[in-house]
Ligand binder design. Structure first.
Ligand SMILES: NC(=O)c1ccc[n+]([C@@H]2O[C@H](COP(=O)([O-])OP(=O)(O)OC[C@H]3O[C@@H](n4cnc5c(N)ncnc54)[C@H](OP(=O)(O)O)[C@@H]3O)[C@@H](O)[C@H]2O)c1
Length: 199
């Protein structure tokens, strides 16, 4: 598991006592990505989940968008995910499942109307969707399946306590779907419950 600050969160400290190893990894720092990939060079990866994300709240709205912050969202959602998919491709190829899951958002859909207004978030998630389609095509010959998920509106730090789903509900539902994924689903954009999301 990659985390930005190994010492910051008590939940992460707790995880390290279980059968999970945490690696310091900020997806905007390509040297860190390469260093963790080198450290794990001999480890097959069954499932690579790119989950890192953030949202600027009201600062995403018309008239308030700051170009530097907008670029920061592209660095995390787009360039970070691409760098992860490039750096770990050999380990995923060596894995049994050969699966990459990119956590996107319904706000990245050009068809759904619910995301209008959050310009940096929506455009960077739309770009993430597009590279996921490209990766699905490019990595098919390696037997790798690439799928985008929207986790739903989830009560995390990002969406606050009033969201529709608990993290537990969203993650459990996605895990059940991920268990069933194979090459025939590559390039799909799915809701946490497995329904197809319109691009
Ligand atoms: N919550 C929702 O309703 C919702 C809806 C649609 C999509 N999503 C997507 O779901 C994913 C998870 O979001 P969440 O709801 O769990 O939000 P969250 O509680 O804000 O968590 C976001 C996570 O991303 C990590 N992160 C941010 N920038 C990073 C970077 N540069 N390198 C590595 N990690 C980084 C954060 O790390 P730190 O702990 O170090 O800050 C944090 O662990 C995101 O991709 C988000 O866009 C969420």
């Amino acid at each position: 598991m990659g985390v930005r600050n190994l010492h910051q969160r008590s939940a992460i400290k707790q995880l390290q006592h279980e059968q999970i190893t945490c690696h310091e990894l900020d997806v905007t720092k390509h040297d860190q990505i390469l260093s963790v990939a080198a450290e794990l060079a001999e480890e097959p990866i069954d499932l690579l989940i790119n989950n890192a994300g953030f949202w600027l709240g009201k600062d995403e709205h018309y008239g308030r968008c700051d170009e530097a912050q907008w670029m920061e969202e592209f660095q995390v959602h787009l360039f970070g995910t691409m760098a992860m998919c490039e750096a770990f491709v050999d380990q995923v190829t060596a894995g049994d499942r050969k699966l990459i899951v990119n956590i996107s958002s319904g706000n990245g859909s050009l068809t759904l109307e619910n995301g209008i207004g959050d310009y940096p978030y929506n455009t960077s998630k739309a770009a993430l969707n597009l590279i996921s389609k490209g990766l699905a095509a490019d990595l098919k010959q390696r037997g790798i399946t690439v799928v985008c998920f929207t986790p739903g509106f989830v009560a995390t730090d990002m969406s606050g306590p009033d969201a529709d789903l608990s993290p537990h509900e969203s993650v459990n539902a996605m895990c059940a779907i991920i268990d069933t994924l194979g090459p025939e689903q590559t390039g799909a954009f799915l809701r946490y419950n497995g329904e197809a999301v319109p691009w």
